[in-house]
Design a protein around this ligand. Structure first.
Ligand code: B3K
Ligand code: ZN
Length: 866
């Protein structure tokens, strides 16, 4: 596979003003007739360039004509992925007929079938699997689409925009024509054909436009659509209130499909969603699931402006729409639920997975400079770090200027395909600030580190903070320039009084900030709210962290102080384990936790966050060199100790939160459930029988999936094997017809740390509910084992690594995108201790030596081995 570079970007020589498509959808084939109104791009001087259309090498071309004149094979050249026609007029209509085999499309890109219905996924480069087209986001076209299909099998025929015509013939087929008035890139094209049930609602926009809201799903899932509908209406209102953005078509549609490579897709007016991100019902969906549905529905809706009306010039600019939209959906969720808890969750993901990506072989800037396969760049860096970059702009400018900047951005670029520079330029215009140094966040990869030290002169009342910033090398970037970043800081007195709160701006490699009239030596509360995506070192004493945990006025930093303390203690125990020293747990931590547990005034959701130990994945990210067993043993030791010593307190918390209320998804009820289930987890960690009974009772008496699944997974992961098998079997019998619940059943077992895990996952792979063509099932089983079961995936004999490599090689022929994604755990091989590191490398090498890897897997494997 070849590498594409940002610096090679050239504007398109040819534009497509109108695109007319006709799909004849049949069981054994689909014929696509495309009529493209093409004209040379007036902005590009070299008009004699040949016309180049992109089209997948495997796609069958049946007919090609220009202005009605059929071309024969001598009139064009077709080579790997490209169709070239020389000597075309300045403007013309190209007609092209292709034959597709959607039922054989297992890559789930382009037109494919999911459980008997037709659907599409075109971002990033799927449209070229449907017809020949300049399939790049800076070619925007007006689409008119006709779908023809058997009326009985496919009563519902959908595409972007509004239905403008329909009819039927006397052979049982019917057709519908859809018109989308907004010019759009081909990646936003979509169609759906199937036998679907519908939940309908209405929304009136701020300016009075009536919008029909339609969510389609299989009939059996009709009762699981209300929550998504409410989330959609909330998101529409929020975008009007917070960004002044209204919806711009008469219909907004969401379709739920079971076979989908990612979460969802923002196709204009016709979002297509993974069922896991739209279906929600208290009995089958956990609280986390509900929140994901709310967040993803909002995310895709927000793309209508940040992505669709203003889109990306090229795929290097992906974070222009993704980073901004993730920031928007995070703020929406923060407004709908608990702001601090949402922030804690997002930062935990960033610190665990994005920091790991930043420190690994696939590290890339928020705006990458090159790629082999763009699908590999839908990453935590582009999405989550990209959102942090937008958040920093919001922090630096303040909410009012930021809003002015976003208004200007949408106004300047409506209907255009633009760059991250254009986004920042709008922010510069409204603020009058020079953000050129800030833009290094887009071009430099790696996680910056801040080293902070301080001094206090009691005689003069002068306190100084010295901040040094650095950023480690990343592939292709040896040396980094200093970043411009907002550092939110508070200074607290010993008794918790706040002596100062404000925002510092860091621009130099080393900078000293001076505070006068400080009455006593303060404890600094640094990087409040995680104001920049960096690692921060300051040499806190345990006592200072305990003080911050008790008194910090910044909720995020209160939590973070507790985490820092735990991490430090855990790191000591990891070392002890490695050196054969007996493990111990500090009495200060136990007392601090006892205080937290007894303080009934604390918000349960926050309390649950504070009492959760950092995950093994996060401890791995922080380790100099990853020692999977030492990390596991140290964390288990700490967990069990806290469980045993505070057993009575955990029970009281459990009882306090077990209110018997009927299920509701409001933030407080969710907070109580999360604390209750955390308490149950600690009780179970004592290994004592009464708590098994309590868990079993919760399992059988709960009226919702959150409590049921929490109890199930605690029992399933315990040493009480008999009860574990019993509940797993009961759960299976109860939910075998709910595909999404069965995914949970698979992941609970795949992540079970008890002996024999590999044999268990192998058995599950043969189970009738498992389907190796369904990405959700693959993520549950393979992702669950390799990502959630470290002790077994990293078994010392290398069996886990070989198992994953076997799967990757098998899946690569079927679905390269999913295969490349599942590969992630192996890419971290250099970070592990020598024995495992060599075993992981061995499996990567084995894949590398296999002929015919997809571009997706090849890119990840080859870069990992470099
Ligand atoms: N834009 C899509 C992601 C498409 C991924 C293609 N491999 C979903 C989203 O971010 O909203
Ligand atoms: Zn997105």
């Amino acid at each position: 596979p070849s590498t594409i570079y940002l610096e090679d970007y050239q504007p398109p020589a040819w534009l497509v003003t109108h695109t007319e498509l006709r799909f004849e959808l049949e069981e054994d084939q689909t014929l696509v007739r495309a009529q493209l109104s093409i004209q040379s791009n007036p902005a590009v001087s070299d008009r004699r360039k040949p016309l180049e259309l992109l089209g997948d090498a495997g796609m069958e071309l049946c007919r090609l004509s220009i202005d009605g004149q059929v071309l024969d094979a001598a009139d064009y050249q077709r080579e790997a992925g490209c169709l070239r026609i020389a000597n075309v007029p300045e403007s013309f209509v190209l007609e092209c007929v292709t034959r597709l085999l959607p039922h054989e499309n297992t890559a789930l890109e382009g037109l494919y079938k999911s459980d008997g219905m037709f659907c599409t996924q075109c971002e990033a480069e799927g449209f070229r699997r449907i017809t020949f087209f300049p399939d790049r986001p800076d070619v925007m076209s007006i689409f008119r689409t006709t779908l023809v299909a058997d009326k009985q099998r496919y009563p519902v025929l959908l595409s972007n925009g509004n239905p403008v015509d329909s009819g039927e013939d006397d052979e049982g087929r019917h057709w519908v024509t859809w018109d989308d008035p907004w010019p759009k890139p081909s990646y936003l094209f979509a169609l759906v054909a199937g036998d679907l049930a519908l939940l309908e609602d209405q929304y009136t926009t701020a300016s009075g436009r009536e919008v029909a809201l339609r969510i389609y799903a299989e009939r059996k899932d009709l009762d699981k659509l209300d929550y998504a509908m409410q989330a959609l209406k909330d998101a529409m209102r929020w975008d009007e209130d917070v960004y002044g953005r209204e919806y711009d078509l008469d219909i907004y549609m969401i379709v739920a499909v079971d076979f989908f490579n990612m979460g969802a897709m923002e196709n204009k007016g016709l979002n297509i969603f993974n069922t896991s991100c739209v279906l929600a019902h208290p009995q089958t969906t956990t609280d986390q699931g509900f929140q994901r549905v709310e967040g993803v529905v909002a995310h895709e809706y927000f793309h209508n402006w940040s992505g669709n009306r203003v889109t990306c010039r090229d795929w290097f600019q992906l974070s222009l729409k993704e980073g901004f939209t993730v920031f928007r959906d995070a703020e929406f969720s923060a407004d709908m639920n608990s702001r601090t808890v949402k922030r804690i969750e997002d930062v935990t993901l960033l610190r665990t997975a994005q920091f790991a990506e930043d420190g690994g072989p696939m590290a890339h800037p928020v705006r990458p400079e090159s790629y082999m396969e763009i699908s590999n760049f839908y990453t935590l860096t582009v999405y989550e770090k990209g959102a942090e970059v937008v958040r920093m702009l919001h922090t630096l400018l303040g909410p009012e200027l930021f809003r002015q900047g976003s208004d200007l951005y949408f106004e300047r670029h409506d209907g255009q395909a633009v760059t991250t520079d254009d986004f920042v330029a709008a922010m510069e215009t409204v603020s009058g600030r020079d953000l050129s140094q800030f833009k290094r966040w887009y071009s430099q990869a790696g996680t910056p580190r801040l080293q902070v030290s301080d001094s206090f002169d009691a005689a003069t009342g002068c306190y100084q903070l010295k901040v040094r910033q650095s950023c480690p090398p990343s592939p292709g970037q040896e040396h980094k320039q200093p970043y411009h970043l907002p550092l939110a800081v508070g200074l607290l007195a010993e008794d918790g009084r706040e002596l100062f709160a404000g925002l510092l701006e860091l621009t130099e490699e080393e900078q000293v900030f001076r505070f006068d009239n400080i009455s006593e030596r303060p404890v600094p509360s640094l990087l409040r709210g995680f104001s920049a995506p960096v690692k921060l070192d300051y040499d806190y004493t345990d006592a200072q962290l305990l003080m911050l945990l008790r008194h910090d006025t910044d909720g995020f930093n209160r939590w973070d102080a507790g985490q820092r303390l735990c991490i430090r203690l855990l790191q000591t125990q990891i070392r002890n384990h490695q050196q054969g020293v007996a493990l111990s747990c500090s009495s200060e931590l136990i007392e601090a936790w006892r205080n937290l547990l007894q303080d009934a005034s604390l918000d349960p959701a926050m309390l649950a966050q504070c009492l959760r130990l950092p995950s093994e994945a996060q401890l791995s990210e922080l380790a100099e060199q990853i020692d999977v067993s030492a990390i596991h043993e140290a964390r288990e030791f700490m967990r069990t100790t806290l469980a045993q010593v505070l057993e009575q307190e955990w029970l009281q918390v459990y009882q306090r939160c077990d209110t018997g209320e009927t299920y509701s998804t409001d933030a407080e009820a969710m907070g109580r459930r999360s604390l209750k289930n955390l308490a149950l987890a600690y009780l179970m960690a004592t290994g004592r029988e009464p708590w098994l009974e309590l868990a079993r009772q919760q399992y059988s008496q709960s009226d919702n999936m959150t409590d049921q699944l929490a109890a199930l997974s605690l029992v399933a992961h315990s040493d009480f094997r008999e009860t574990a098998d019993e509940l797993l079997q009961a759960f299976y019998l109860q939910w075998q017809h709910e595909s999404l619940v069965m995914n949970q059943w698979l992941s609970v077992q795949a992540s079970d740390p008890s002996a024999g895990a590999l044999a268990r996952v192998n058995q599950l792979a043969e189970h009738p509910i498992f389907d190796a063509r369904n990405p959700n099932k693959l993520r549950a089983l393979i992702g669950g084992f390799c990502g959630q079961n470290p002790m077994h995936f990293h078994a010392e004999d290398g069996s886990g690594y070989a198992w994953l490599a076997d799967w990757i090689l098998r899946l690569d022929r079927q679905n390269p995108q999913v295969a490349a994604r599942l590969l992630t755990p192996l890419t971290r091989w250099k970070r592990h201790e020598p024995v495992r590191s060599a075993l992981m490398q061995g499996q990567l090498q084995r894949m590398m030596d296999t002929a015919e890897l997809s571009a997706d897997v090849y890119e990840v494997v080859s870069k990992s081995l470099m």
